[in-house]
Design a protein around this ligand. Structure first.
Ligand code: C2E
Ligand code: MG
Ligand code: MG
Length: 385
């Protein structure tokens, strides 16, 4: 048990160089001098007063104390158990953790040089998880570059209308062909882009390409003009001008707004007032909105009380389970519910004829998946008629 508060009398040692790092301290009152020994002489590194953290460094990197802390006034300290930090560090962003540990290790090296104690400081251990963090930061820089060099590609995957027996539209899916890593899955780099603000320029890029593609489809005489659905991430809808920018891009090509559809994912609908506002703006402009990956993740039905979506995309997981009685019952129930809400259903990940037919029997209007077509370039879409 760690005491709530410690009283330390002036002159007493809080911890000594070489001690194990059990706790850090928050100085509530009084002053503490931090120093180290060099050739038998004390060297003062600094003085800390009320409000400062003391001894946190050894706790962060789990190394013995590299300095001695002595109270120079009567002090009151709140001890902070090392696990309190360790737990937070474990859940912190790996890049933030790597930055912090790298700073601590640099400080230790500087300290070792200062005290002539080269051995303990110069070979600071590499923090675990650092390589992953650096990989991620490298990937992020490369993604920035790829975006500038327009190396991202936008593929189209058909959405098949099971009633009219024709392709009604496409979903735009971004692709990144990395010069060394090969094809990087959007599942990987979109998540990375979402963690930073990079998703905003990535989204702009995809939007611009989608509008170019719609214009090209029209120029090549595709009649009726199919719609293209665009995936939109949480960060993108923080920007209230998103819909206006979509409309401006469409207008620049003289395209009708109802040919652009917005796909929002379930994780995003947690922020329902913002999403409701987005849906309202889309509808006012004539654009449709689909709820992606329905039935998975953060799924609960509450958002459907407030969010007036036009389409529900039944997640692949349900389509895969169609050959089981429970899977089929759930899919049919979702289709029924969607119809009661005046929504159409798109089944995702349809890979077999049996799945397609079972969905058709249930009254599911659209199917998307490898059975109908894999995501391909616009050129391939145009070539296949
Ligand atoms: P999503 O929107 O749910 O897209 C459907 C994913 O299922 C796509 O993966 C698609 O290639 C894959 N898929 C389609 N048919 C089948 C099938 O029959 N079987 C199987 N096993 N998979 C199928 P992809 O292209 O890897 O995209 C993954 C996710 O990345 C997307 O999931 C979407 O959430 C996100 N994403 C893709 N492009 C963008 C984008 O431009 N912007 C944003 N914000 N997110 C994007
Ligand atoms: Mg989608
Ligand atoms: Mg989906």
């Amino acid at each position: 048990m760690v005491a709530d508060r410690l009283r330390i009398a002036a002159g007493a040692t809080v911890f000594a160089e070489g001690d194990p790092p059990t706790t850090a301290f928050l100085i509530e009152s009084g002053r503490v001098r931090v120093g180290t020994h060099q050739f038998g002489e004390e060297r003062v590194l600094g003085e800390l007063g009320a409000g400062a953290l003391l001894g946190e460094m050894a706790v962060i990197d789990d190394s013995p104390r590299s300095a001695t802390a002595t109270a120079i006034e009567d002090c009151i300290l709140t001890p902070i158990d090392r696990h309190q930090f360790a737990e937070r560090l474990e859940v912190a962003d790996p890049i933030v953790r790597a930055l912090l540990l790298s700073q601590v290790s640099r400080y230790r090296s500087a300290l070792a040089t200062l005290t002539g104690d080269g051995e303990s400081g110069s070979v600071a251990p590499r923090p675990s998880g650092e390589a992953d963090a650096f990989d991620k930061i490298r990937l992020e820089s490369e993604l920035r570059g790829a975006l500038e060099r327009a190396e991202l590609q936008v593929f189209l995957q058909p959405l098949f209308d099971l009633t009219l027996e024709r392709v009604a539209g496409y979903e735009a899916l971004v692709r990144w062909h990395h010069p060394e890593r090969g094809a990087v899955s959007p599942a990987e780099f979109i998540r990375l882009a979402e963690e930073t603000s990079l998703i905003v320029p990535v989204g702009e890029y995809v939007l611009a390409r989608v509008c170019d593609m719609l214009a090209e489809l029209r120029r090549r005489g595709r009649e009726p003009l199919p719609f293209i659905a665009l995936n939109v991430s949480a960060r993108q809808i923080e920007d209230e001008s998103l819909v206006d920018r979509m409309l401006a891009r469409l207008a620049a090509h003289d395209l009708p707004p109802d040919r652009l559809e917005v796909e929002i994912t379930e994780s995003l609908v947690l922020d329902s007032p913002r999403v409701a506002a987005l849906i309202g703006r889309c509808h006012a402009a004539g654009m449709h909105v689909a709820l992606d990956d329905f039935g998975t993740g953060y799924s609960n039905l509450a958002p459907l009380l407030k969010l007036d979506v036009d389409r529900i995309k039944l997640d692949q997981a349900f389509v895969r389970a169609l050959d089981t009685p429970r899977g089929a019952a759930l899919a049919a129930a979702i289709v029924g519910m969607a119809h009661a809400l005046d929504c159409e259903v798109v089944a995702e990940g349809v890979e077999t004829v049996e799945q397609r037919e079972s969905l058709r029997t249930m009254g599911c209007r659209y199917a998307q998946g490898w059975l109908i077509g894999r995501p391909t370039s616009l050129d391939d879409v145009l070539a296949s008629g």
